[in-house]
Design a protein around this ligand. Structure first.
Ligand code: F6P
Length: 366
């Protein structure tokens, strides 16, 4: 039976979104001869005036290697808490019933929601209200449960690794401490993996609060042994054992979503006070999300797009595609968003870093 699939990309963009859109369109229009429409700017496109367009194979030509998303995205269109001006004041209102109606008015049978934790929680909420939904997990943060990895993450790790390689030479030439702040929200995956790949000396992650004296001591010891420079990778959500996360905006100031940032500056400042060394800060920011996906992410995103259409063909709504070992499978969206996938302090990767002599928030072993 013919179907119309609607696809949207929600939340922060990441490399590989276009590869998913392309795979969905090619599979749905080719193998199944179904129709695909693209909702623009995430869930915002389902709020009047509706923004959407037809997507056929010609529309997805040449986009596999392109970063960003041809459909646009937004992290501000949550239908369950949508900002509306009421008597001159912005209030967050539940307009999900209206969004469901708008969706049905498009003549679409099923929604493919490509997004991270926030987008998939919305997708799950709409599914619980009766909307046929299939999810595709994206995020550079890699903080979703129920999949081995999200697409976009490996590309971000590669970008940070390359930055760390470049920073080594200048740090060494000037005998400086370079503090590099990376993204990841409340998960330290990017910092940990890129820190190992880029040979950082200190990695600070949100899952293990750090002790500043230990960081200073590690850098001093390195200098005493002849390495008069250090690379400190700080996840944006990291905080000291005696402090709190550093925010650019609180959730209350930013429509329910915390904006992290600034811990790099703070750490550099504190290190400059306790060390007799120059410090500099590099905040990699949105560079980590921009540009072309790596081949790994192109392939993963393509597999996810194909599998999403296959889940729809099998009527498996409320599921999300996920990588489990070598296989792409369907899992419940609810399981993926129940809690964040964060670094376990006992994780083998933490142990690996520590055995390599990297201080991971706490002092390295023996
Ligand atoms: O979730 C992806 C992410 O890039 C986080 O790592 C970061 O904290 C956040 O999005 C930044 O969001 P924005 O693009 O709204 O500044």
């Amino acid at each position: 039976m013919s179907k119309t699939l609607a696809i949207l990309t929600g939340g922060g963009d990441c490399p590989g979104l276009n590869a998913v859109i392309r795979a969905v369109v090619r599979t749905a229009c080719g193998r199944y001869a179904w129709r695909v429409i693209g909702i623009e700017d995430g869930f915002e496109g389902l709020v009047a005036p509706l923004r959407w367009r037809e997507l056929g194979p010609k529309d997805v030509r040449g986009i596999l290697s392109r970063g960003g998303t041809i459909l646009g995205t937004s992290n501000k269109g949550n239908p369950f808490s949508f900002p509306q001006k009421i008597k001159g004041k912005i209030e967050l209102v539940d307009i999900s019933a209206q969004v469901m109606e708008n969706f049905h008015s498009l003549g679409a049978d099923v929604l493919i929601a490509v997004g991270g934790d926030g987008t998939l929680k919305i997708a799950q909420g709409l599914f619980e209200q009766g909307l046929p939904v299939v999810g595709v997990p994206k995020t550079i943060d890699n903080d979703l449960q129920a999949t081995d990895v999200t697409f976009g993450y490996r590309t971000a790790v590669s970008i940070v690794t390359e930055a760390l390689d470049r920073l080594h030479s200048t740090a060494e030439s000037h005998h400086r401490v370079m503090v590099v702040e990376v993204m990841g929200r409340d998960a330290g995956w990017i910092a940990l993996e890129a820190g190992i790949a880029g040979s950082a000396d200190v990695i600070l992650i949100p899952e293990i609060p750090f002790v500043l004296d230990e960081v200073c001591q590690a850098i001093r010891t390195r200098a005493d042994m002849g390495s008069r420079f250090s690379i400190v990778v700080v996840a944006e959500g990291a905080f000291s054992a005696t402090g709190d996360k550093v925010l650019l905006k609180t959730a209350a100031e930013n429509l329910g979503v915390e904006r992290l940032g600034g811990i790099g500056e703070r750490v550099a400042h504190l290190l400059a006070d306790c060390l007799d060394m120059e410090t500099r800060v590099v905040t990699l920011g949105h560079l980590q999300r921009g540009g072309s996906p790596t081949s790994f992410d192109r392939i993963l995103a393509s597999r996810f797009g194909v599998k999403a259409v296959q889940l729809i063909a099998a009527g498996r709504y409320g599921e999300m595609v996920a990588l489990k070992g070598r296989k792409v499978v369907g899992v419940k969206i609810a399981a993926a968003v129940a809690q964040l996938n964060r670094v376990d302090p006992q994780d083998e990767l933490v142990d690996t870093a520590q055995n390599l002599g990297i201080l991971v928030s706490r002092a390295a072993r023996g």
